[in-house]
Design a protein around this ligand. Sequence first.
Ligand code: FMN
Length: 165
Amino acid sequence: MSVLIVYGTKTGTSEKCAKYIADKLGEPVTLVNARDGIKIELSPYSTVIIGGSVRMGHITAAVSKFIEEEEENLLTKKVALFMCCGFTDEENINRQLEINFTPALKEHALCVKCFGGELHPDGTNKIDKLVAKMAFKADGDIDLTPELDYNAMNELVAAVKASLA
Ligand SMILES: Cc1cc2nc3c(=O)[nH]c(=O)nc-3n(C[C@H](O)[C@H](O)[C@H](O)COP(=O)(O)O)c2cc1C
């Protein structure tokens, strides 16, 4: 059973999550960092896990492009979706899930999870920090020190494993 994980990342957090999932799945897993110009061949895979980080409300551009181009194909496979983000409240998380994943794909997915996020004090430059602050403050008093939610990652792994059994 072959599993593909397609992720988009800016400062490495989504990649860390993708690698964590791959490790926990204990199946042969192919990891692909979605970048512009990369053609991802889906035919060898029966299960595709897709995720990335959200900036200014939008998931990594290469990931949304991949979803847009491959949605029809993805709807024929087992799919799980994840998002890394700074928002921790349900309202903003749901709003961002709505923006970034189509209703058809969400409906079809085995599970859709928010893994929380990280703001890197060293890897994030001053402009990024300012923009992130603006993004968060635009919707109220939001946690500026997000953390990764390993329970959510484990739940995604369990859902995918159950579908492979
Ligand atoms: C410039 C900037 C903008 C961000 N915008 C948002 C946002 O709109 N919504 C959100 O939930 N998180 C936002 N975040 C938080 C990121 O999603 C979070 O830091 C994530 O863990 C980054 O993952 P990555 O290293 O895989 O890119 C932002 C972070 C930065 C640095």
